[in-house]
Each structure stands twice: as C-alpha cells, then as structure tokens.
Write a protein that binds this ligand. Sequence first.
Ligand code: MN
Length: 725
Amino acid sequence: MIRQFELVETVKSYDPQADEDLINRAYVYAMKAHGSQVRASGDPYFSHPLEVAGILTGYRLDAATIATALLHDVVEDTGATIEELESLFGEEVAKLVDGVTKLTQIELQSDHSKQAENFRKLLLAMSEDIRVLLVKLSDRLHNMRTLHFIKKPEKRRRIATETMEIFSPLAERIGMQEMKNELDDLSFAEINEEARDSVLKRLDYLRDEGKTLVPRIIDELSVTLKEHGLDADITGREKTPYSIWRKMQKKDVPFEAMSDIMAFRIAVDTAEDCYKALGIIHNAYRVVPGRFKDYISVPKPNGYQSLHTGIIGPEKHRIEIQIRTRDMHEVAENGVAAHWQYKQGEKVSGKPTDGKQYRWLRELLEILETAAEPEEFLEHTKLEMFQDQVFCFTPKGDLINLPQDATPVDFAYAVHTEVGDRCVGAKINGRMMPLRTRLKNGDQVDIVTAKTHTPSPTWENFVVTGKARARIRRFVRLKERDQYVELGNAMLERAFVEEDYPLTEKGLKGVLKIFQKETVDDLIAEVGMGHTSARDVLEAVYPGTKKESVARKLGKIVPISKARAKKAQKKGERHGIPIRGLIPGMAVHYAGCCHPLPGDRIVGIITTGKGVTIHTIDCDILHQYEDQAERWIDVSWEQDEKSPNDSHVSRVHLTLLNVPGALGALSNVVARGEGNISNLKIVSRSADFYDMLVDVEVRDVKHLSEIIAALRATPEINSIERARG
Ligand code: MN
C-alpha cells in the first residue's frame, strides 16, 4: 500500500505548487470513512481509493483529481454526503466526486451490455469534466487488477465483459491506449483464459527464438537512419496477448513470425523528420503493399498521430514500424491525460495561461475537429457533442438515446410507434410530469398509455425528434381530412337543400372530372377546405341553376344569413351546420378577435384552404366580409352533445384598482368560479388602475357570465366586460 507521504511526494515531484494539505485531508477523511470495510482481497477497503490515486499520479494529474480519487467511493459506500465534502474540500472536489458517484450509480442501474455504444456515450456525456472520466477509468483499472479476488465467477465475468465493452473503448476514445491495452488484456484473461494461455505459450516460444533478433533489427534500422543524418530512438514493443488474439481472429491467420508479436517504433523530434525517416526506410527496404497509413496529416479521431508502414526489413524479416515524434508518442500512449500534463508543465514553468483549466481540452477538440472524418469524430470523441443528446432509461433499464430538449412524447415514439400514439402521460423518476417536460440525462421515463388515445396536434409544438413529428403530422393530416370531409358534406347538403335538389353520391361522381378530383371524398374535402364553393358544385351537378339568379341570391345572403341566425337562435332552432365534433385547429378555427363560446350566436367565414373560422355574430371584423357573401356560412353549436370537459378560451377586458392584493382577488374569484386563467396582459397602468386583458378558459357563455357577475361584485374590480374584435 502506498503511504501518505509517498503519495504527496509523487504529486509534488511533478507539480511543486500542488495543494499538499488538500491531499492529506482527503487521505485522512477517506481512511476514516471507509473504516473497517474490507475488499474481496481481504485488504482494508481504503487500499482501493489509494491505489486509484496512485494510478492517477502516473498521469501526473492535479491535486483536486488525486483528492477525488481518494474520496471517490465515500458517497457510494459510506455515510458521507456531497454537501459535507463541499464544506470540507471545496466545490471543485465535491463536483468531481459527485460526477464519479453518478457514473457509478448508472453502472449499477442498468443491464447495458446490449447497448454498449449508447452507454459509452452516456458516460461521456455525464463526465462534463474529463477528470471525472479519468478517475472512473482508473477506478475500473484497479478493480480489474484485483478482479481475481472476487469469488463468484458470474460476477467476475460480468465485470470483465463490461470493461471490454464499455470502459476499454472509452479509454481508447480519449486516446489512452496504454490503459486500454491493460483493460483489454485483464478482461481477456477472465473471459477467455484458455485462448490467452495459448497465446502466451506461443509468445514465450517466439520470444525465445527472437531473443537476439530484436536487437539486431533495431541496430540495423538505427544505422540506416544515422547514415542519412537522422538521430532516432528505436524500440521494439511486444504486443499484448489480446491484440494478437484479435488480429488472429480478424485476419484468420495463425501467428508465427516476429512481426506478429513485435511492433517497432521510431521516435524523432519533428513531423518533418517522421517523413524523412519514412523515406529512408522505404528506400532501403521493400515495402509491404497496403500497410502504409499516414495518421500524421490525418490523425485518428482520438488525436492519435503516427506513420504506419510494413516492410521486409533486416534479415528479410517482415516487420511493422510506427514512426512519430516524441510528443506524438506521449499522446498516443496517454491521450487526453498527456495534454493535461502538457498544461501542467506550462503552469509550472510560469507561462501565462488564460486561467481556464480546460483550455487544453478545447484545443484538443479544435485540433480534432479540423481533422478528417468529422462524422466519426462527432460520433465518438467530442465531449461537448454529447451535451446535445440525452440518455434516458425505460422502467426495465433499457437506454434510449434522444436529442437534447426531447420530451416524454419523443421518448414514447422512440420506444415504439404504438406507445407514442397512445401516450397520455409520463412518470419521470416516479413523478407524473407534463408531456412537454424536457428530459434530462439519466431520467427514468415511464409512459402511461390509453388504448383509445390518439396523438394530439398540439404535440407538434414541442416534440424534437423526426419520428415523433412525422407520426403526429401523419395522424393530424388524416384526421384533418376527415374533418374537411365532414364539414364539406354539411356545406353541400345545405346548398342543395336550399335549392330543393337532392344531394347524391351519383350526382357528385358525375362532376368529378370538371373539378379534376378522383373520388367523391376528395371533392367534398375540397369544399370543406374552402377551395371550391358548394354553389359551384351545385351548378355543375344541376346546370339548370342560372348563374345570374344565383349571384343575385348570393348578394342577399349576408342580411338573410345574419337575420336568420338571430331568429334561429331566438326560436331555439338550429339551422346552421353543427360545429361540435369538429376539432378546433383543423377544419374549424375559433376567431382570436371575439373568442366565441358555446351559447354565443355565431357565424362562420370560409377561409380558402383553412376551412371555417367561427366569429360571434356581433364581431366587428365581420364588416370586412360584408361584400363576400359566398364566404359566409351558417353554423351552430350542437348544444345537445355538450361534453363537460370541453373548455373554450374567452377574453375579458377589466379595470382593476392598483392596490395590494387586487390580482389575488381576481384569480381567487375566477378559480372559485371554476374558470382557469390561461393568459393575462396588462394594457395600461396608472397610479390608480390597471387596465388588463384576461383569457379565461370556460365551458360556455353561461359559465363566463357567472364568472363575470362574480367579478363585478369584487371590490377591487372597477369594471369588466367581454372583449370583442
Ligand atoms: Mn471504486
């Protein structure tokens, strides 16, 4: 076990200004918090966070990260809280520990093996600070190094599989090749021990054979480069058993030669030297076709840079060579951690920094962004990129990946089209929430469905996924057409009855060609939408109806229609086309000027392509249509089929005393009258009075009258009337 002073000394050795006190306090706190807990190995539990801290000093990380490593399990495994950590160790450390804890909880929450890719993204998205991810990966590395102590084989296997599917690719994504290799190999040892043993045996044999070969190859390469004036470090590196195994599987070849277990590396000072070395080597030896790759001019998405080539090298051995600068090498091994060190160095040497710690990360991202394969880069590497996605869980723990600002409706459609269509509500983390709620990372979403429910046109205003939008639109379009057909039918019936002609399917069929429609429904919908007038259809079906007389008649419709509507209302007759049952916003629209309510005397105005707009008969706007008789249509509320849940927006204009509590009185009275204020606009305000427009949802005109009467009796309200036009 590393001792306290050793840990501090190590950090001090690469960062002399490190906060020694912080590390010491975190050390003591974590040791006490974990107390007598023990690991599967029988070691005190505290040895684990300590080792994790030790791994991170290997990457020369800052004091806050080292403290975080020491504290990373206290919230999950002891009674400690984030608040407590914040008061003791400050906001930065508390935030980092919180981040690591959240990642750990997600890990526990879900069986994610089927969704490894999404899960990796989730982890990246949640690691807003790269140091969180570095601590998490080091935590996993130490757990893998001690995996063999765990007794249950299924548990060992689960952890190893998870490491290989989730954590090793994550390490690779952020360029930490060395850590990735170790994670892979430790997992490999657990998952396929026999395969690994056979690879190891073969390795031993080849290693023996090549004992003298490797130095000879290095010597010859080095002499060749020197002859051309290039000073280079050349190393031979044995591949890991897992990478050898992968290669054997991928290419379906046994491994038999040196080149299969060794990779040679040439490290030089500058990128220019890399190409120079490549030229010298390609000139001196035969090149194996198809092996050359230039990752210097086109870096890998994770920032890796190197030249790769294969040659028939010294003594006719086929070998692989990687050529890179020493800086590139550091990045190739340690990825973002290498960038971190670079910035640390800058701080120590006293060069000015912009004070923002993550500048290096932004720079890295910028470099990566200008690199080729932007899609792949966006897909896998850029941390911020995941800020525009959210990852949520179904109650069963499946992960659903959605764009940012997605709502439960998007979630429902992502789960299944049918779930979306029938969605009536949503529980988010166990609480009923509105369907327009924006989902957050890690939310568990439980969609409530009803068999008879259908998508609502209003959903289109807040969904963000294409799938949800397309489904809702399709539904609305179908429904809308039904509504236009219904309305058109009523309009045609009225026109035909007025002239004493029968409206028949056969009659309509006969004129389809004239209107260039394919089906009778198409024609009827066309009338409902206001593209074709019912009159024109009547004239086409019964050409005997004279144009002039019709025109004359139409001219009279305005007064007749107004007068008749009034008369009909008085008598309680319902001549007009019933509009109940038609969904507002589709074939029928309620005018925003006069806000008609059930019980009001109303008239419809046909608007081309939009169906009918309903106004109250005394609405001022109607004057605009006085010389367009053909657009007027008699409509009525179908009061018999009143559904109690139906609410309509009405608008009142009121003057309120400018005294404390006046607004409260207003809302109280409306609430007591079972009305709902849906909008409120102050028109003018003086020392004594407010003038305001209030939208109130009510059932019908009678309901509104009751509320208005109650408001009149309220002392704070000076005057009130229904707003019109
Ligand atoms: Mn841990």
